[in-house]
Design a protein around this ligand. Structure first.
Ligand SMILES: Cc1cc2nc3c(=O)[nH]c(=O)nc-3n(C[C@H](O)[C@H](O)[C@H](O)COP(=O)(O)O)c2cc1C
Length: 169
């Protein structure tokens, strides 16, 4: 068996083969909007309290600006939002919101239009996770739209496909 350290590409490729959604975490602070794209987002960590989680690189320049926000808006990308995802993950942080349709709540949470579902969260805890921080968010409000989610798999954006089962007699 190959040691993981011998083949970092194997780790990356295998992790990339795990399908996930694409989440936009965003908030406005001091008249500036900040956004982070995360495929590591997961729901259902806890129901009471209502907790979700995601992992963020310690090198992230955006997370230090988001972590102290009163509320963070999480918008889960809907179908057709691949280009939007690239934009919100773009290197030029100041231009991420250019021509991106969104709304800002009084709490400072920012939501991206066209999302499949949304969660308004506050930071619950943050713990060390190697080269990432593992962040738990407490959900304060949530809702969903009649929009299919975008899927991230094998470093590509995809849509959901229905796999119908065959009737067994
Ligand atoms: C599809 C996709 C998924 C991503 N998932 C994550 C993630 O789960 N965690 C993370 O820290 N960065 C993730 N990134 C990278 C961030 O969006 C962002 O580019 C990175 O944090 C650097 O920008 P920043 O310094 O403004 O944070 C992802 C990018 C893309 C395009």
């Amino acid at each position: 068996m190959t040691a993981l350290t011998d083949d970092p590409m194997l780790v990356r490729k295998t992790f990339a083969h795990f399908p996930s959604g694409v989440s936009f975490l965003s908030a406005e602070r001091d008249d500036h909007k900040h956004a982070l794209v995360a495929s590591s987002f997961m729901v259902g960590v806890s129901l009471e309290p209502c907790l979700v989680a995601f992992a963020v690189q310690k090198s992230s320049e955006t997370w230090p600006l988001l972590r102290d926000a009163e509320r963070i808006g999480v918008s889960v990308a809907g179908e057709g939002q691949a280009d939007l995802t690239r934009k919100l993950a773009g290197r030029d942080r100041a231009r991420r919101f250019e021509e991106v349709s969104h709304s800002v709540e009084e709490s400072g949470a920012v939501f991206i239009d066209g999302a499949a579902l949304w969660l308004e969260c506050s930071v619950y805890s943050e713990s060390d996770a190697g080269d990432h921080w593992l962040v738990l968010l407490e959900v304060r409000d949530l809702g969903m739209n009649d929009i299919e989610p975008l899927v991230w798999h094998g470093s590509r954006f995809r849509g959901l496909a229905l796999e119908s089962s065959v009737d067994v007699e």
